[in-house]
Design a protein around this ligand. Structure first.
Ligand code: ATP
Ligand code: FE
Length: 451
């Protein structure tokens, strides 16, 4: 089955097509299992046979579009392959840079301009290959109607869209586009949680697209997800698809937010995560001692103290008082001081999440650990977690030694930050496992949605 994913929760307008296949097929043949094909056909029948009001009724009945438990046997581990057929992301980041953060109104306006060309490009790429479509991120708006053109939609079995969490004005554009296209092309619609989507980026295992490095196998359940993004830091145990429990979460700032704020303190460009990581590579991670928060909840996090400690450190290094304007700090710091602050902060931030993840791993012994969200792109985090998990595995007393590479999953850096491939991947499992569809006539946005 092929799913079109649409994601517009923040400043990226993204569309992608993902195909869910049986893994026992030969490498370049795509035979769907009857179960997978059956699910697509059944959902399609529901849409085709139902009158509008029946359709509405059944969708409303199931309108609890968030996570729902499915029978344990419904998901056969490792029995499926998720192929990334196209991945188009148009970012309006350049327009926000001068403000040091995303401006919601600018993001929403950019989505309006980009949404149709981006979807069109994703459909073209999926059907005709990477060479097709527009080359630039924001495709030209010349063919606004092509997105509805016949042919491009023939193979698409369903549409998946992010309906929360995110910026209201941004989510609205993606959701309205998805609703309109679902009605126009008579396709089932799946409403997806953005943060769940980040986890499902790790289920993509194959692609004909150039320039991607994907894991060779899908993670297995029980699965421990370390979700580290701009708005979230949490440890979630998935017993199966759509059956999960949040074990710990941040009590204040998210780790990505802390990277962004530290970048601002030392004068690095937005978004802060990649800038701090680059700067840290030049510095001494042991130069400064910074605090790790101690919390009641064993698997909870806190980053606001670390962020304030970095501010105090920068002020102390510059020899200025607490009321010195923080925007003037960067010009007082030397290049070496900036690099050492970035490296010391990154070490402590990464150690904090790694400590908790390893402790959770030791308590719950999941079959897989995945890193999800924008901060999963951080190389230091990947290396430290790999190293510490291999130590934990070596100490396991069950006599079965498993290689860390079989347990720890992370995906291509391009799929860590916001994209629609993760939404299409999540949507494909929703369809396969017969999760409720959303009503294309009434699906609303949920800016404050949580997992
Ligand atoms: P959420 O997914 O929680 O709603 P978001 O969508 O805004 O938030 P993401 O796009 O998932 O966040 O991730 C963006 C965050 O990841 C930013 O805070 C950014 O600084 C951080 N980030 C990106 N690359 C790196 C990196 N290499 N090292 C550390 N942080 C990074
Ligand atoms: Fe995100």
């Amino acid at each position: 089955m092929k799913i079109l994913g649409i994601e517009t929760s923040c400043d990226e307008t993204a569309a992608s097509v993902v195909e869910l296949l049986e893994s026992s097929r030969t490498s370049n043949q795509s035979t769907q299992t009857s179960a997978v094909r059956g699910a697509a056909e059944e959902a399609q029948r529901t849409v085709q046979s139902g009158t509008e009001s029946e359709h509405r009724k059944s969708a409303t009945k199931h309108s609890a579009v968030s996570s729902t438990r499915v029978a344990g046997s419904a998901s056969k581990q490792g029995a499926t392959v998720c192929r990334l057929l196209s991945n188009v992301v148009a970012s309006s980041m350049d327009l926000h840079k001068k403000y040091g953060g995303v401006v919601p109104e600018i993001a929403a306006r950019s989505h309006i301009e980009a949404i149709n060309p981006v979807i069109e490009q994703a459909l073209y790429q999926a059907k005709y290959g990477q060479g097709f479509g527009h080359n630039s991120g924001v495709a030209s708006s010349a063919s606004q109607q092509a997105v509805t053109a016949d042919g491009l939609w023939d193979d698409i079995d369903a549409i998946a869209v992010t309906y929360g969490a995110g910026l209201g004005g941004s989510l609205l554009i993606g959701v309205l586009a998805a609703r309109t296209l679902a009605i126009l092309h008579n396709k089932p619609l799946y409403a997806c949680n953005h943060v769940e989507g980040h986890v499902y980026a790790n289920f993509l295992t194959e692609t004909p697209l150039k320039g991607y490095s994907l894991p060779s196998s899908q993670p297995q359940f029980p699965l421990l997800a370390l979700i580290v993004s701009g708005g979230h830091t949490q440890l979630v145990l998935f017993r199966d698809h759509f059956d999960y429990e949040i074990l710990g979460r941040t009590q204040d700032d998210a780790i990505g937010e802390a990277f962004d704020k530290v970048a601002k303190i030392i004068g690095l460009p937005y978004p802060g995560g990649p800038s701090v990581a680059k700067e840290a590579a030049k510095g001494d991670p042991d130069k400064y001692t910074l605090p790790k928060a101690k919390l009641q909840g064993r698997f909870d996090f806190s980053f606001s103290g670390l962020k304030t400690a970095v501010l105090r450190l920068a002020q102390a290094e510059c020899g200025v008082d607490y009321d010195f304007p923080s925007y003037k700090l960067p010009e007082k710091l030397s290049e070496a001081q900036k690099a050492d602050i970035a490296a010391s902060f990154q070490r402590v931030a990464v150690e904090t999440v790694v400590d908790k993840t390893v402790a959770t791993f030791e308590s719950y012994r999941p079959k897989s650990v995945v890193i999800a969200g924008g901060v999963a792109a951080n190389q230091e985090l990947r290396h430290q977690l790999e190293h510490r998990l291999s130590e934990a595995i070596a100490q396991q007393s069950d006599g079965k030694q498993t290689e860390v590479a079989r347990i720890l999953h992370y995906t291509d850096i391009k799929l860590c930050t916001d994209n629609a491939a993760m939404i299409a991947a999540l949507g494909s499992f929703k369809m396969k496992l017969k999760q409720p569809t959303a009503d294309p006539y009434s699906l609303d946005i949920a800016p404050n949605l949580s997992m």
